[in-house]
Design a protein around this ligand. Structure first.
Ligand code: BEZ
Length: 253
């Protein structure tokens, strides 16, 4: 995953929609009592805890030490491990791997798919949702333009937003049968007048990390100004999210 440094309390206070939308995905997973489930990219552990209410044994894994620390403090009864989605191995196999709003940070998607397949029992399921092709297209175009204006340079983001066919191929190559894949728009309300600025501060940190502080501030201000035309509607900020939702089964043998 990227070198993003997370402010876990800001994440919980201002960006709770990340795990609120994930509750919907829990229905698709339909965790059963006694199952072993891995929550990949568990963040501060709120969905991990909801999953555990099903009676399944759930382990949360995240790349961010800040997130894992908060998850362990909030849910001391649950197990959380620090790890990289594209390079992990856990001792006992799982019935299911679940991942909400995390895999767009994982650019080594083939490695992640192999690790997920290895973590599953034969016939085990992988249920995930993350940013798909076209995700935050307006937001990233505005930030790119602001960077170009401020520095004269093209600085690409490093998020992974695959199309359905592209990601299905990644999963098939790793030994999965893809049973469901859906790319859909989910315009997402950002709280308050500073909602877009807060979103950029929270999520574009690693993208803008190489810029000097003054330039970074100018880029953020200009990006918000540019975005007002398309992403400020009826007194609310919206991020132009597009989600890719997948359900896949690990093939036997
Ligand atoms: C998303 O949830 O779509 C997202 C989060 C952080 C960066 C980019 C996209």
């Amino acid at each position: 995953m990227s070198q993003q440094v997370w402010n876990a309390s800001l994440y919980d206070q201002k960006h709770a929609f990340v795990f609120a939308y994930g509750e919907d995905l829990l229905g698709l997973l339909a965790a059963q009592p006694g199952e072993r489930i891995l929550d990949l990219g568990c963040g501060t552990g709120h969905l991990t805890a909801q999953l555990a209410q099903s009676g399944a044994t759930v382990i949360g894994l995240d790349y961010s030490p800040q997130m894992i620390e908060v998850a362990r403090q909030t849910y001391p009864q649950l197990e959380f491990v620090l790890g990289d989605a594209s390079d992990f191995q856990l001792a006992e196999p799982f019935d299911a791997v679940f991942s909400n709003a995390a895999l767009h940070w994982v650019t080594r998607a083939e490695d992640a798919a192999r690790c997920i397949a290895r973590a599953l029992k034969p016939g085990g399921r992988f249920v995930a949702e993350f940013g798909g092709k076209g995700n935050v297209a307006h937001v990233s175009a505005a930030v790119s333009q602001a960077i170009r204006e401020q520095t004269g340079q093209h600085l690409p983001h490093k998020w992974y937003f695959p199309a359905v066919g592209e990601y299905a191929s990644v999963l098939e190559a790793a030994g999965f049968e893809v049973q469901f894949a859906h790319l859909f728009d989910r315009p997402t309300k950002l709280e308050g007048d500073d909602g877009m600025r807060n979103w950029l501060e929270m999520f574009a940190g690693s993208w803008l990390a190489s810029l000097a502080e003054e330039i970074r501030q100018n880029v953020l201000q200009r990006a918000v100004e540019l975005l007002r035309a398309t992403q400020w509607q009826d007194g609310q900020w919206f991020a132009d999210y597009r989600r890719l939702r997948v359900v896949a089964k690990k093939l036997r043998g």
